[in-house]
Design a protein around this ligand. Structure first.
Ligand SMILES: [Fe+2]
Length: 436
């Protein structure tokens, strides 16, 4: 996962290409998808149905109709992925969201029913035991889902002190504010975006970093992002990089939208910011999701147009001893950046799996990713992974609420280097906005 990302420099610098056309439905692998749905959803309904069928009006016919209803949204999902339709807020909230809940919850219910039935079997009561297990699991899922929903609507402002070995004195006390993974769409509550923008402004940032996944797979949603955040300002600039979902949406169009909002978009690029005559370099990488887009487009595409990462190009213009702040959506780029002497990298992407136990340093992303959450250090190079300032998929976050990160840079005295949390507070401005 942490392999070095390097792009052919010859492929860089060509004119921007049009966003990749998504595939046609003719080429979509319908057969494996339908087989998977039949096994995943159909199998789950079959198990649950075997226990509750006598209590359902219409019996198996009704259950088959419910199965078809839970599976049908896949058509809307595929049409959206294929670029053949743009799902409205209604579709996303009341068609696609129930589908994802069904995909997650039904197998759990089926497993609980089977387990209950198996436990009851030696006592001759497999039926009642399975139904009790089903009822218990349903109650737990409803309560867990509710807690996760409330967790996804919280907003925390986390304050971190970052001691850097070679921070110029002019930047001591500099406040960076990072937001990430907003995944904005028409279903995103405007009030929540207002709370995020207010929290960023309240932090009085010197520099704002937006580290990718601005939109949720549809380029036109960048308008919503622009409307919510275009007014944000900071003396040293507002910078944005590409996330994998921005790439899936069509990076060229997303980039245009971000630039029209006044954000400085960095893809394999660097800029120097100045304070009292001293310089700090801010760089932005591309995202690994752009690599497949680059491969598909062949000649005529560039790393910038597809947002594919090119770490060498990103750092090309920077003097060896200069301090560097890197924005990289995917933390898997950090080892490459650290090896090249980047002082501080800000990432997002992992969402901490939207389920975490921070005290144990564990998240749902931890079994899959070495760089899954929190702060990391390698020599004088540091990484902070923002857990996301909203949610992806279903509105569920437990143990890891949406976060606005405020990082205060400090000159490392006596060679001290590290990231230390100073405060993590519920955003007061948010509560005012809600009238709470
Ligand atoms: Fe994301």
């Amino acid at each position: 996962m942490n392999g070095e990302i390097h792009m052919d420099a010859a492929a860089v610098g060509r004119p921007l290409a049009e966003p990749a056309k998504r595939g046609s439905s003719a080429g979509f692998p319908w057969v494996p998808v339908l087989v998977f749905l039949a096994l995943w959803l159909g199998g789950s309904w079959a198990v649950v149905g075997a226990w509750i069928e006598p209590w359902i009006v219409g019996g198996w016919l009704t259950l088959a109709a419910i199965f078809a209803l839970t599976a049908l949204p896949v058509v809307s999902l595929v049409r959206g992925v294929q670029g053949q339709s743009y799902p409205s807020a209604f579709t996303r909230l009341f068609v696609l969201r129930p589908f994802w809940y069904a995909m997650l919850f039904l197998p759990v219910l089926a497993a609980a029913t089977l387990l209950g039935g198996a436990i009851g079997l030696p006592f001759g009561s497999a039926g009642p035991a399975g139904r009790w297990a089903l009822a218990g699991a349903s109650a737990l899922l409803v309560l867990g889902g509710l807690a996760g929903y409330l967790g996804s609507r919280r907003l925390v402002v986390r304050h971190l002190d970052v001691q850097m070995a070679r921070l110029p004195p002019a930047f001591d006390g500099l406040r960076l504010v990072q937001i990430s993974d907003l995944h904005v769409g028409p279903h995103t509550p405007r009030q929540f975006l207002t709370r995020v923008a207010q929290a960023v402004e309240d932090a009085r940032p010197d520099l704002i970093a937006i580290t990718g996944d601005q939109v949720d797979d549809f380029a036109r949603d960048v308008e919503i992002f622009r409307h919510a955040f275009a007014h944000l300002q900071a003396p040293l600039g507002v910078f944005a990089v590409a996330g994998n979902h921005d790439v899936y949406a069509g990076w060229s169009a997303v980039r245009r939208g971000l630039e029209s909002a006044g954000f400085q978009v960095l893809v394999n690029e660097s800029v120097a910011v100045e304070r009292r005559g001293q310089q700090l370099f801010v760089v932005g990488t591309g995202d690994p999701a752009g690599l497949s887009a680059l491969a598909q487009r062949g000649r005529g595409a560039s790393a910038e147009s597809t947002a594919a990462p090119d770490v060498d190009r990103t750092l090309f213009r920077i003097p060896p001893s200069a301090p560097v702040l890197a924005l990289a959506h995917n933390p898997m780029l950090w080892p490459s950046l650290a090896r090249r002497g980047v002082d501080l990298t800000l990432s997002g992407h992992t969402h901490y799996g939207q389920l975490a136990i921070p005290k144990l340093g564990w998240s749902m992303a931890s079994p899959f990713l070495r760089l899954a959450m929190g702060a990391h250090r390698d020599g004088d190079s540091m990484l902070y992974i923002n857990p996301g300032t909203n949610y992806w998929g279903i509105p569920f976050r437990l143990g890891t609420p949406p976060e606005v990160t405020v990082l205060t840079l400090r000159c490392g005295t006596n060679g001290e280097v590290g990231i230390r949390q100073t405060r993590a507070l519920p955003d007061q401005a948010c509560d005012r906005t809600n009238g709470a």
